[in-house]
Structure formats: C-alpha cells, structure tokens
Design a protein around this ligand. Structure first.
Ligand SMILES: *Cc1c(COP(=O)(O)O)cnc(C)c1O
Length: 233
C-alpha cells in the first residue's frame, strides 16, 4: 500500500477517542489531582451513520450536531437503537426549528436571545419534555457570530428563570478563530462562576487541552475524532 492510499483510510473514531482521553488526563494532571469528569461530545456533523456507529457500539453516548435538519435525517433511527444517547445541538437555533429541536435534542447549547428562550419554554411545555439548556456567549463580540454579548448574559439568565421558568445549566462559547482561545475560556468560566453555573462547553479539536485547564466540563471534538469532514452532509 502506498502512502497516498494510506491517507484515504478514514480515521478510526474509537482509537481517536482513547487518544483524546489520554491527552485530557495529561492536560488535567497539573490541576492538583482534582479532575472532574470531562464529557467528550463527538461532533458528528456531516458524517453519516457508518462513521457514528462504531462509537455507539463502543459505548460512547455523547454526540453533537450543528444543524437541526441534518440531525433529523440520521439521529431518530440511531436514538431508537441506542436509547441513552445524549444529543446536543451546538449550532444556531432558528425559531422555526424549535419544535423539531425540542423533540430531538437532549441538550441545546446555543440559547442566545429572549425569543428563542420563550419559544423553548412553550415547546417544552407542549411536548412535556425537558431539554437541558446552555447559553451561547459571543466572548469575542464578533458581529457575525451567534451568542449573547458577555455583558448581557447575567440579565438574560435571570430573564430565562423569572420570565420563562427555564433553568440554564451552563454556558458555551466558540472563541474567535484568529485569537488565542485561553482568555475567552477564562471569561466564560468567570461568567459561569458568578452565575453559579456548572456546565462549561468549551474547547474543540485544536484547543480542548487549554479548555479543560480553564474549567471546561464538556469539550466538542469533531476533526480529531472522525478526521476531516466531507464537504456536504
Ligand atoms: C464543528 C464544531 C465543533 C467541532 O470542531 P472540530 O474543530 O472539528 O473539533 C465544535 N463546536 C462547534 C460549535 C462546531 O460547530
């Protein structure tokens, strides 16, 4: 087999998951021996069931998708087979997708405005289904990026609770691509601490070690698990 053939072999997600766990253990070794469990969300966007199944068979249950429509195409069947899957929405939620999202996802990490909070509360009541919620914070205050501005988060969390009866479990962020991520992770941890929130979803393939050193409880890993994503879903 030539080297070129070798490149075409798809990455082995189960082996990669073990490597990521090792890297996490190393990254956490400096935290005075105090290592809360880190959830590795396998970001399966653009990958088909053939790539996802080996991880499910190996017992992995935490997955993330960034588009409701795409997730609807593959996850209902997989969830029927593996009942305890925890599926997390990590991409922007449009109001016309709230019903589907509440029906399919177990966690929505991208709550970022009052209208979505109101619709989520209504839909959870209608479907009699509780979905865990994180607020996405636009730590870099990038105009093109989803998420709530850091200065507005405290008031928004209170609004969710007082106005809509929603419990917010934590925060999520995607740091600007062209900046060092650490200050963004630290900012997210600070906002979470002052609001008494425990779940911190931060860190992706390139920076999850930094994220766990700054308090991440959940990391979202796609490329390092599955290899490069195909161009289309
Ligand atoms: C795609 C995606 C990831 C995974 O990114 P990788 O760099 O492939 O690990 C994580 N978080 C969000 C919000 C994503 O959209």
């Amino acid at each position: 087999m030539s080297d070129a053939d070798h490149c075409d072999i798809p990455a082995d997600p189960v082996a990669n998951l073990a490597k990521i766990r090792d890297a996490l253990d190393k990254a956490m070794a400096h935290n005075n021996g105090v290592s809360p469990p880190i959830t590795i969300t396998a970001v399966s966007k653009k990958h088909g069931p053939d790539r996802i199944l080996p991880l499910l068979e190996a017992g992995h249950r935490d997955f993330g998708e960034n588009r409701v429509q795409e997730a609807l195409g593959k996850w209902p069947a997989l969830k029927a087979r593996y009942g305890d899957v925890e599926l997390r929405l990590i991409g922007p939620l449009q109001s016309n997708k709230v019903r589907d999202a509440v029906g399919l996802f177990d966690v929505i990490e991208t709550v970022d405005r009052p209208k979505i909070a109101r619709l989520l509360a209504e839909e959870m009541r209608l479907q009699n289904r509780r979905v865990a919620l994180l607020v996405q914070v636009n730590t870099g205050e990038e105009p093109q990026k989803a998420g709530m501005a850091p200065g507005d988060v405290d008031a928004f969390i209170n609004l969710c609770k007082d106005q809509y009866g929603l419990t917010i479990d934590g925060l999520m962020c995607i740091p600007p691509a062209d900046q060092a991520p650490a200050p963004h992770f630290a900012l997210l941890a600070k906002i979470a601490a002052r609001n008494g929130l425990e779940t911190l979803s931060m860190g992706m393939s390139a920076d999850y070690e930094t994220a766990v050193q700054l308090g991440a409880t959940h990391i979202r890993v796609g490329t390092q698990l599955f290899g490069a994503r195909p161009d289309s879903p």
